[in-house]
Design a protein around this ligand. Structure first.
Ligand code: FES
Length: 571
């Protein structure tokens, strides 16, 4: 290799600066030959005990390091902000961009030639990929893997999805609080992230479909030895990628995003993938729009029978053949020439893939739904777009006209939803405002509002819901999300009032507020923006600079690739 590695700018040369950089590193026990010009591999670890989905990463990282050493590299682990979905308030999404800044500056400012991204819980994956994409070094991702299937009363239960079901059952009076508590203990049975096709599993699939992770990344359970072996191979492979100077920009081409969007349709992936892929594309400088999601996903059948769209869980998906088997089933819809971190094309990676369970990974003629992608809706209620996941919605509500029942904030919703006097029936459309990127702030996963208790008791299990929020990837229902512009900046959703008629037509991709333009103009003139929660600190910066959902909810000044030039010396 003749190319000079960037780590030589720190560790090469017999100068005062070289002395400083090497000497302090030697306090970790590194011998002289650790600085002989071998590739330095940064391993970006999102371990945190507050992020239970990634809490096994201390063990997993050792396998990556072993692989790096075997291939002749120097592995150096570094921590970054860990945004765990289950604990972080007000929502982990508020901190995705903050974590991405941490990742980007950690990579650029330190002596590394290649990067391994250890990702798992929902936001950790996009945060790390976004930050790394703004640097564009050779980079490979490895997910921590899903938990084993949850178990309760002799059956499998899925994280997230069954929490929503159980919550509704308790509120409907068909599940006792004791059973609810017992289910809680059976849900998370092993290390790993949510084992439904929620956002974590979706993003693990997305990095594999984008070509940023080795084949098999999406589905091996966290505790399966295959996961440890994959980590070892990932460590070996990143050293080879540095030698070949195989950078993220060579992989994250438009065709890679097109493939990922199609795969998202096939797996019934999370709606959150929309904002995350838009943000990643923005960082690497690839042109991707909300309309690409509709255009590319429109005719992709959902063939993966996993919760929340279907029945099974990630462990079953692994045993059925994992993501390579899904991609094999839809290979005619993919660009098989797309380059991946394996050094081979996507087509090469999936050439030998087999489907071992045709009820988990369905053949195309037995798909869960023929139109599995994300539908992008437009109309006077969301001129910059809103989205819905048809595979998780009720077919009989896909075309629906109903009376709006409006909640100004999530607190307003919580205060009134179970009021017996609330004027609502199953034909109504629930509208939730001020939960978008600036409004919450952070665009919380509250769009799948639970139904009123009085309707649950009648057996109603789905209604049309519309908001500027997101929803958990594990959630389901006829839920219109990401309405843009959001209410807090004066988007049309801010103008909806109780009793207005709204028309949803997913097939025609329309979302209309049936109110005259004169009336809307009057309401617009009377509208006043709500007071922001906080105007200082990171939250203040976020509110000031965050972009709307159709742009990926990135901070405007973070968009783009700023490269990996070595910064000036510090001493
Ligand atoms: Fe971490 Fe679901 S809470 S993946």
């Amino acid at each position: 290799m003749t190319r000079k590695l960037r780590s030589r700018e720190w560790f090469g040369g017999n100068t005062k600066d070289g002395f400083v950089h090497r000497s302090w590193m030697k306090n970790n026990g590194l011998p002289d030959d650790a600085f002989d010009g071998r590739p330095v591999i940064g391993i970006c670890n999102t371990f945190s005990e507050f992020t239970p989905c990634n809490a096994h990463f201390r063990g997993l990282v050792e396998h990556i390091k072993a692989g790096v050493l075997e291939a002749g590299g120097l592995p150096l682990e570094f921590p970054v902000f860990s945004c765990g979905e289950s604990n972080l308030r007000p929502t982990a999404m508020l901190f995705r961009n903050l974590a991405s800044m941490d990742v980007e500056e950690s990579i650029r400012g330190n002596p590394m030639d290649g990067v391994v991204l250890m990702v798992g819980c929902d936001k950790t994956t996009p945060a790390l990929v976004m930050g790394a994409a703004s640097c564009d070094l050779p980079t490979i991702a490895i997910s921590g893997g899903p938990m084993l299937n949850g178990r309760f009363k002799g059956r499998s239960i899925g994280s997230g999805t069954d929490v929503w079901n159980f919550t509704d059952d308790v509120r409907a009076g068909v599940m006792s609080p004791e059973e609810f508590s017992a289910a809680e203990s059976g849900m998370a049975r092993s290390p790993g992230h949510c084992m439904t096709m929620g956002t974590a599993s979706t993003m693990a699939s997305m990095v594999e479909a984008l070509g940023l992770a080795l084949p098999g990344n999406a589905a091996y359970p966290a505790v399966d030895a295959h996961r440890a072996r994959l980590a070892r191979m990932t460590g070996r492979r990143i050293v080879e990628m540095v030698h070949a100077d195989l950078r993220m920009s060579a992989i994250l081409k438009k065709t890679a995003f097109d493939n990922a969007i199609r795969v998202n349709g096939a797996i019934g992936g999370s709606t959150n993938a929309v904002v995350h892929l838009l943000a990643i594309a923005g960082r690497i400088g690839t042109d991707l729009s909300l309309d690409d999601w509709d255009r590319l996903g429109r005719d992709v059948p959902t063939i993966l029978n996993l919760m929340p769209s279907g029945t099974y869980l990630m462990e079953d998906f692994c045993y059925a053949g994992g993501l390579p088997a899904v991609m094999k089933e839809i290979e005619d819809l993919l660009d098989l020439d797309a380059l991946t971190v394996s050094g081979h094309s996507l087509g090469h990676n999936i050439a030998g893939a087999e489907n071992f369970n045709s009820d988990v990974i369905r053949p195309r003629n037995k798909a869960l739904t023929g139109q599995g992608g994300i539908a992008v809706l437009r109309g006077n209620l969301a001129p910059d777009g809103a989205i819905i996941k048809p595979s998780a919605a009720s077919p009989d509500l896909m075309s629906h006209r109903g009376r709006a029942v409006v909640f100004e904030t999530i607190e307003d919703y919580k205060a009134r939803i179970d009021d017996p006097d609330l004027d609502i029936d199953e034909s109504c459309i629930m509208v939730l405002k001020n939960c978008g990127p600036k409004g919450y702030p952070g665009m919380a996963e509250v769009g799948n509002m639970a139904l009123p208790q009085k309707l649950l008791k009648k057996g109603v299990r789905d209604m049309v819901r519309i908001s500027d929020a997101r929803m958990s990837g594990t959630a389901f229902g006829t839920v219109v999300l990401h309405a843009a512009p959001e209410a807090t900046v004066g988007g049309p959703i801010a103008l909806v009032q109780d009793g207005d008629m709204i028309e949803l037509d997913v097939h025609a991709r329309r979302l209309e507020l049936m109110v005259s333009e004169d009336e809307l103009s009057l309401r617009r003139s009377l509208w006043r923006p709500p007071q922001p929660h906080r105007i200082s600190g990171y939250e203040g910066l976020y509110i000031e600079r965050v972009q709307q959902a159709d742009k990926g909810v990135d901070l405007d000044f973070l968009v783009g690739c700023r490269g990996n030039d070595v910064p000036r010396e510090s001493h």
